[in-house]
Design a protein around this ligand. Structure first.
Ligand SMILES: C[S@@+](CC[C@H](N)C(=O)[O-])C[C@H]1O[C@@H](n2cnc3c(N)ncnc32)[C@H](O)[C@@H]1O
Length: 242
C-alpha cells in the first residue's frame, strides 16, 4: 500500500489502495463483517435482494462481489436463471467461488474478474445488476453508474447496497465513535492491518448521503431512483431503474 506509518489516511479510494486492502484481508473479511456489524450484515443483504425484485427468468450481474455474500444471498432468496459474480480482486472472488461450489439450486452461476468501472459486456445484457458495499470503493463512481446503465436492459434495475448516514442525532454520535475507534481496533485484532480499517471507516464517512447518491444515479441517466433505509439509516439500498 502506498501509505506510510504516521501518514494521514484519507477516505478517498484509489485502485491500488483498494486492491491491496482486499487482496490482503480476503481470508478474514467475512469474520470481520460478521463481528463488526453485530451479525446484521446478513439481513442487510437479504433485504437488498428483496428490494431488487429479481424474477426467476432474470439474468443478474453482481459487481464488486468480494467473498460472495451478496451473491449467495441472491442464490438463496431469489434464484434467478443466471448469475455472474464479479470482482477485480481474485483473492476475494476465490472465497466466493468456494462458497458457491456447495450451491445445489437451479441458477447457472459463474465468476469473472471484472473492473466494475469498465464492464466487458454488451449493451442491454442484464435484467438486474447488484452491488453490495462496493461503489464506496470505486474512484470513478460515475463511470460505474454509466456502465451499469449501459449493460442493463430497458426497465432493468441497479440495486446499490451501501453504508449511509444514520438519522437520529444521538445515535449518529455513537455510530461515529464506533466507526472511528472500534472498527480500526477490531480490524487490527482480526487482520493485523489497522490502517486498512482506518481507510474503510473514513470512506464510509466520506460517502454521499442518500439524496446525493440518488442525484448521482439520476445524473447517470437512470429514470427512477428509490431508496430504503435499514438499521436507523446506517445502511441504505438504492434501486435505480433504467
Ligand atoms: C467491502 S467489499 C464488498 C464485498 C461484497 N459485495 C459484500 O457484500 O460483502 C468491496 C469489494 O469491492 C471490490 N471492488 C472495489 N472496486 C472495484 C472495482 N472497480 N471493480 C470491481 N470490484 C471492485 C473490492 O475488491 C472488494 O472485494
Amino acid at each position: 500500500m502506498a501509505s506510510h506509518v504516521g501518514e494521514e489516511i484519507s477516505g478517498c479510494p484509489t485502485t491500488e489502495r483498494v486492491q491491496t486492502i482486499f487482496s490482503t484481508i480476503a481470508p478474514r473479511y467475512d469474520r470481520f463483517n460478521r463481528i463488526s456489524s453485530l451479525g446484521l450484515d446478513r439481513s442487510w443483504r437479504r433485504r437488498a435482494v428483496r428490494y431488487a425484485g429479481i424474477a426467476p427468468a432474470d439474468q443478474v450481474l453482481d459487481l464488486a462481489a468480494g467473498t460472495g455474500d451478496l451473491t449467495m444471498a441472491i442464490l438463496r432468496y431469489a434464484e434467478p436463471a443466471g448469475l455472474l459474480s464479479t470482482d477485480f480482486v481474485p483473492e476475494m472472488l476465490e472465497v466466493g467461488e468456494q462458497k458457491a461450489s456447495r450451491y445445489q439450486g437451479e441458477t447457472l452461476v459463474s465468476f469473472a474478474v471484472v473492473d466494475a468501472q469498465a464492464l466487458p459486456f454488451h449493451d442491454d445484457a442484464y435484467d438486474v445488476v447488484t452491488v453490495g458495499f462496493g461503489v464506496r470503493n470505486m474512484p470513478d463512481r460515475a463511470a460505474n453508474f454509466r456502465e451499469v446503465r449501459r449493460v442493463l436492459k430497458p426497465g432493468g434495475r441497479y440495486a446499490v447496497l451501501e453504508f449511509s448516514r444514520p438519522s437520529p442525532a444521538p445515535f449518529r454520535a455513537v455510530y461515529h465513535l464506533y466507526l472511528r475507534h472500534v472498527i480500526p481496533a477490531l480490524g487490527a485484532l482480526l487482520t493485523r492491518d489497522r490502517r486498512a480499517f482506518e481507510y474503510l471507516n473514513k470512506s464510509i464517512e466520506a460517502f454521499p448521503g442518500r439524496v446525493a447518491l440518488a442525484r448521482e444515479l439520476h445524473e447517470a441517466g437512470f429514470s427512477q431512483v428509490q431508496w430504503h433505509t435499514m438499521t436507523f439509516g446506517i445502511v441504505a439500498v438504492h434501486i435505480a431503474t433504467k
